[in-house]
Design a protein around this ligand. Structure first.
Ligand SMILES: [Zn+2]
Ligand SMILES: [Zn+2]
Length: 366
């Protein structure tokens, strides 16, 4: 099959023939129809991600059709439209069995994050060498073999180019607002960074009934999108602008919830400092490993909370159908997030767009 492979870090992706094996027990072969390209893909290419490993097939925001199932697969059948979720819980560890599925950190899920099956194998190879699919998904390809826990069946009427966004960006953003912060009706929210994930934090806050949603970004085009998705205030950040001052000027005393959706320690600090006493800041972005976040202890003492967030506390079988229902009822916008549609051969243009930072999402049609 053809796939967008990263053979060496810091080099463009190469669309080439990659060998793919049949699904084994508990696994599903998916024929991809669409895949979003996310900033985490860029982080792998730039050798800045703990889940990166070369050679690797990138992509982790895919939707397509089940082509074939391995022995013991009961939840999906050939022909079913599915989204490939960011992670699949193991289902058997103490956390999973206690219902704490989002916090499963079993060997199975750790391997999943590193692009390996539970036994450490992969179903992909290139010239005889094993190739890992990014986070077990590798959706910038014609096919992917994934564990059954990583696929979620969706309604056949949902366009797959919109559905694929539930693989990462939408689920993470909506989940940060609904699962992690648990934004309350009538509250005030600030979103620092309105890329593909941040725009979905805006949508999540709107769905939760936030009264005031402040969107902050360095690009006015992102603020226009944020306004379309529910932001009540757009704040353009220039080199001289202090986000904390801008937020506090609009919501004196600070906001109930602030979200950092960039992955920079300084911005996490700004998000934290823009909350009111008793408020909640959520770090949705992923800062480089080993970097510390400078927090004034006195501010934390004032009953503020700073929360981490991996993929929006997402439980695939609960959250993907919920997102699809919100979309079908018109409460969640997905098409509006797609800035450009590309062929697989032009996949590197999606990475260029990420570097430029102007589009919410590029979707590759496969
Ligand atoms: Zn992602
Ligand atoms: Zn588990």
């Amino acid at each position: 099959m053809r796939a967008a492979g990263l053979e060496k870090f810091h080099t463009p992706l190469v669309v080439e023939e990659v060998e793919i094996e049949e699904p084994r027990a508990g696994e599903v072969l998916v024929r991809l129809a669409a895949s979003g390209v996310c900033r985490s893909d860029l982080h792998v290419q730039e050798e800045r991600s703990p889940v990166g490993h070369v050679p690797m097939v990138l992509g982790h925001e895919g939707a397509g059709f089940v082509e074939q199932v391995g022995p013991g697969v009961g939840g999906v059948a050939p022909g079913d439209p599915v989204v490939i979720a960011l992670y699949g819980p193991c289902g058997t560890c103490d956390d999973c069995r206690a219902g704490d599925i989002a916090d499963c950190w079993s060997q199975t899920r750790q391997n999943n994050a590193l692009g390996l099956m539970p036994d450490g194998s992969t179903r992909l190879s290139l010239r005889g060498q094993p190739v890992r699919p990014m986070v077990g998904s590798g959706s910038l390809a014609e096919y992917s073999v994934v564990r059954e826990a990583q696929v979620v069946k969706i309604h056949p009427e949902i366009p797959l180019e919109a559905a694929c966004l539930a693989g990462c960006g939408v689920t993470t953003g909506i989940g940060a607002a609904l699962n992690i912060a648990r934004v309350e009706l009538g509250s005030s929210v600030a979103v620092l960074g309105c890329g593909g994930v941040g725009l979905n934090v805006v949508q999540g806050a709107r769905i939760a009934g936030a009264r005031r949603i402040l969107a902050l970004d360095t690009q006015s085009s992102k603020l226009d999108l944020a306004a379309n998705l529910g932001a009540t205030d757009g704040i353009l950040i220039g080199p001289e602008t202090d986000p904390v001052e801008e937020i506090q000027r609009r919501v004196p005393g600070g906001v109930d919830y602030a979200f950092e959706v960039i992955g920079r320690p300084q911005v996490v600090r700004q998000a934290f400092e823009s909350t009111r006493a008793g408020g909640t800041a959520v770090m949705v972005g992923s800062p480089p490993a080993g970097e510390s976040i400078p927090i004034d202890g006195r501010l934390l003492f004032s009953d503020r909370r700073l929360l981490g967030c991996t993929g929006g506390g997402n439980i695939p079988q609960r959250d993907v159908p919920r997102i699809m229902d919100l979309y079908r009822r018109g409460e969640l916008k997905l098409e509006e997030l797609i800035g450009q549609r590309l062929e697989l051969d032009d996949v590197n243009r999606a990475f260029e767009a990420l570097v430029e930072g102007e589009l919410a999402r590029s979707v590759v049609q496969i």
